[in-house]
Design a protein around this ligand. Structure first.
Ligand code: ADP
Length: 361
């Protein structure tokens, strides 16, 4: 079987999650025999006949893309993620499936491409060809936006968040300059001036890993999805001290409405308040605290760089409607409607896509 017909992978090994993008050429089934066929079929069967792999692995079926053209080949893109904690198990499984018959080199990005390079070589016989994670991120964003209709969207009706819905946004029209806020375990903020001109301008260690780590500690939840479900049921105003808790209303002189958070977790300084909060309230307050902090840093970066469009990505936003709406509201409210928060359907997979794109060069 020729190399051009073989499926291939791009992988982004992050601090929390491994993101694996699998490109299956339309003609990958033909003309293969012997050892190649065994390895190829076993892997394709394994990937496509499951949506969950072990305790932490999942294939995001809703994100799959058909008829994608990659380096002159047409095929399907599949999106898979699993916890970085189980890279060792993943390698043993890949070895069992004889995965190295597909590619002896895999384009990889993220810190784990460095950390696990030796393990990939020794256990799987696969060489990780490493690429910078922020370059991969930007290349992935541009590629997916040009290949996928309705990739980019914003939230409307920001004055009434319960009624707010997503609206497609034509990102391709003229996106530059814009900011990317990548909310993974930590947060990186990039200023993008053109397809090849971008730089990391800021970041914060208070990111998705902080939200999840503190939720584990405070609520006893056992997964990101559970933390989000708890947050949905919770009320952060029982935990946070608001402007109205201090002023009895708005702080009008400086335009601060009464429902603005004055002190995140500020009500927890009082014993009586502590005994009145539920774990759901704590999860909600954690989510609001982390999200508002990121929104505020993003807005300051946008002001400094005179940018109006801010694109939020990263797996912290996976199924995280509360955070997305909060970010959209905060960007709009505090900029008096001058800034727009944009979101992308393939949330946390752009780094892995960018790595995959390196194959054709
Ligand atoms: P990284 O590259 O640092 O791993 P990601 O963009 O993959 O970053 O985002 C990781 C964050 O996504 C986690 O810190 C957590 O907040 C959130 N997340 C979403 N889904 C999961 C999950 N299934 N397991 C763990 N964290 C998840």
């Amino acid at each position: 079987m020729s190399k051009a017909q073989l499926p291939c992978f791009g992988v982004d090994i992050g601090g929390s999650l491994v993101k694996l993008v699998y490109f299956e050429p339309c003609n990958s089934q033909i003309n293969c025999n012997g050892q190649d066929k065994v390895g190829l079929e076993a892997i394709q069967d394994f990937i496509k006949s499951n949506v969950n792999y072990g305790e932490t692995g999942a294939r995001d079926e809703r994100l799959a893309m058909e008829n994608v053209v990659l380096g002159g080949r047409r095929g399907h893109l599949h999106f898979i993620r699993f916890s970085t904690d189980v890279v060792g198990k993943f390698l043993l499984l890949a070895e069992e499936l004889n995965a190295s018959v597909l590619n002896d080199k895999v384009c990889a990005t993220g810190g784990g491409a460095f950390k696990f390079e030796k393990d990939f070589k020794e256990i799987l016989g696969v060489q990780l060809v490493k690429y910078d994670e922020l370059e991969c991120l930007i290349h992935g964003i541009h590629f997916i936006n040009s290949s996928c209709l309705n990739e980019c969207y914003y939230w409307n009706n920001l004055h009434c968040l319960e009624k707010s819905e997503t609206v497609p946004y034509n990102f391709d029209l003229n996106p530059y300059p814009y900011l990317v806020v990548n909310i993974g375990s930590g947060v990186s903020i990039l200023s993008v001036e053109s397809a090849e001109k971008f730089s990391r301008i800021s970041g914060t260690s208070l990111g998705g890993g902080t939200f999840l780590g503190l939720c584990y500690l405070l609520t006893g939840c056992s997964s990101f999805d559970e933390a989000l479900s708890m947050a949905e049921e919770g009320d952060s105003t029982k935990v946070d001290k608001l402007v109205r808790d201090i002023y009895g209303g708005d702080y009008s002189k400086f335009g601060l409405p009464g429902d603005t958070v004055a002190s995140s977790f500020g009500k927890m300084c009082c014993e009586q308040n502590r005994s009145a909060v539920s774990k759901n309230d704590l999860a909600r307050a954690m989510l609001v605290t982390i999200t508002n902090n990121i929104g505020s840093i993003a807005r300051m970066c946008a002001v400094n760089h005179k940018v109006e469009c801010v694109v939020f990505v990263g797996n912290f936003l996976r199924c995280n409607t509360i955070a997305m709406k909060l970010l959209a509201y905060a960007m709009d409210y505090w900029s008096k409607g001058m800034m727009k928060a944009l979101f992308l359907v393939h949330e946390g997979y752009f780094g892995a896509v960018g790595a995959l794109l390196e194959l054709k060069t």
